[in-house]
Design a protein around this ligand. Structure first.
Ligand SMILES: [Zn+2]
Length: 466
């Protein structure tokens, strides 16, 4: 059985969870995005970020969780250098359900994954290990991250294998991005620990996993290790193990800490927060359209192929582009250009940030194709130019000579040239008309994709006599 604990930063918020320092801590010099509140200076008081409650509630709603009547916050006490207060403000369902969400579920691969609970808490600071070897290593601490809003999502042990986990994490990361609450591509914005157990064995918690790719490996390693112990009749200890990134194995770190070890107490500096029905209803209404509803709309309203709609709807960047570029008549064509050509051109975060393409470029490009000004094949080259320079489609067509060749006399000349160069292919096409595509391909090559495909084919057939 495999269960997950996922930590997700609410990266789209302006400020930290209990003070007005920036939630976007990544652009600061170490230890400059801090204040007495997030540093836990005695006498300071935390103030709950209302927007964080709203965004976290949206996550709970999107995962079909129940929302509580009131929110409660607790101090989780532990002593560690990344935690300046020596306690983390988090949530615990000690006096009934008071964390931001519980008992949700989401279908993955036709199987429901149950969500046990979701809680809102603060992220600790970051420890940075410097030095070449274990012996000379020093540890630096950066508190810029301390107090940034974090949502913890705990699932029931419903996953059957590492692949199942990976699909879930991809769906979850698309969902969070679509909600506009988090940018999962940022380093450390989404982290996951796993609980792994085999039948008849104790539960083992695996922590310190740097990436989703490694998470899959870590779960795989743990399943193999536990099954091997079981086969040899050795008891599987209940413990926490750390993922060793270099050796790609899990290593026993300490015996598992239980809730009692954290000496949870109610956070007296933050009163209970009543969740009023009006706010909940408004937040629900303000939630962006879900990925599955978008997909359904793309298929039923525009006749976009299901697979294309799937790819398009699950990526917020591309579906936003689509939403702004399309109208009823060009939707299908725009969806195809985005999924077949554009996704290959802008496939990383950096390329997205550098891209000069706007939604109106796409609209313009599709109009140029349907007006016969440019072929689909040249459109692909034009797209490359747009992403790089941001020039308008008409400028690109006129300045780079990408205009479609549909003039019959001009095309006839090119066709004659190709036929002279390929006498065997001409003979073959006469015998077997299907092989004519070879000659069409040659003409396209010669014109760099600018020849109008229909005119070319008709002229060629006439000349060959088929
Ligand atoms: Zn602060």
């Amino acid at each position: 059985m495999i269960g997950l604990e996922i930590h997700c930063q609410l990266t789209k918020l302006d400020s930290k969870l209990f003070c007005s320092c920036k939630a976007d801590y990544r652009s600061f010099e170490p230890n400059t995005n801090i204040c007495p509140v997030c540093m836990g200076i005695p006498g300071t008081l935390p103030r709950l970020n209302k927007k964080a409650v709203e965004k976290a509630t949206m996550i709970a709603m999107a995962l079909n969780c129940k929302t509580p009547e009131k929110l409660g916050f607790f101090r989780k006490n532990y002593f560690y250098p990344d935690l300046p207060k020596n306690f983390q403000i988090t949530q615990l369902n000690l006096y009934g359900p008071t964390s931001i969400g519980q008992e949700g579920k989401i279908a993955i691969d036709d199987k429901d994954i149950r969500i046990r609970r979701i809680q809102l808490e603060e992220d600790p600071g970051r420890l940075i290990y410097e030095g070449a070897s274990e012996r000379t290593a020093i540890t630096l601490v950066d508190y810029n991250r301390a107090g940034t809003p974090l949502v913890e999502i705990v699932t029931e042990p419903d996953f059957e294998n590492p692949r199942h986990v990976r699909i879930f994490l991809n769906v979850l990361s698309d969902l969070l991005e679509n909600l506009g609450v988090s940018d999962p591509t940022l380093e450390g914005a989404m982290r996951a620990d796993a609980n792994v157990s085999v039948e008849g064995g104790n539960r083992v918690e695996v922590k310190n996993i740097g990436s989703f790719h490694d998470l899959e490996k870590a779960i795989h390693f743990e399943l193999t290790r536990q099954n091997s112990l079981k086969e040899r009749g050795i008891e599987i200890a209940q413990e926490t193990r750390h993922w060793d990134d270099k050796r790609k194995i899990t290593v026993s770190s300490r015996s598992k800490e239980e809730d009692e070890d954290y000496r949870y107490i109610l956070e007296g500096d933050i009163p209970w927060v009543a969740m009023d029905e009006n706010s909940l209803a408004r937040w629900k209404q303000n939630m962006p359209e879900s990925i599955s509803s978008k997909k359904e709309r793309y298929v039923s309203k525009y006749g976009i192929a299901s697979q294309v709609a799937d790819v398009l709807s699950s990526d917020k960047y591309y579906s936003d582009l689509f939403e702004q570029a399309h109208n009823t008549s060009n939707a299908k064509e725009i969806a195809n250009i985005i999924t077949t050509d554009l996704m290959g051109l802008i496939d990383t975060r950096e390329k997205r940030e550098q891209s000069k393409l706007t939604p109106s470029h796409l609209t313009e490009l599709v109009s140029a194709i349907s007006a016969g000004k440019i072929t689909k094949s040249s459109a692909k080259n034009a797209l490359q130019e747009i992403v790089k320079t941001g020039k308008s489609v008409s400028d690109i067509i006129s300045s780079t000579g990408m205009a479609k060749i549909s003039d019959e006399s001009e095309l006839a000349k090119i066709i004659d040239e190709v036929m002279t160069l390929e006498p065997n292919a001409v003979v073959q096409a006469k015998e077997n008309p299907q092989t004519i595509n070879y000659l069409v391909g040659k003409i396209m090559q010669k014109t760099k994709g600018k020849a109008d495909p229909t005119t070319t084919l008709n002229l060629l057939k006439k000349k060959i006599g088929i």
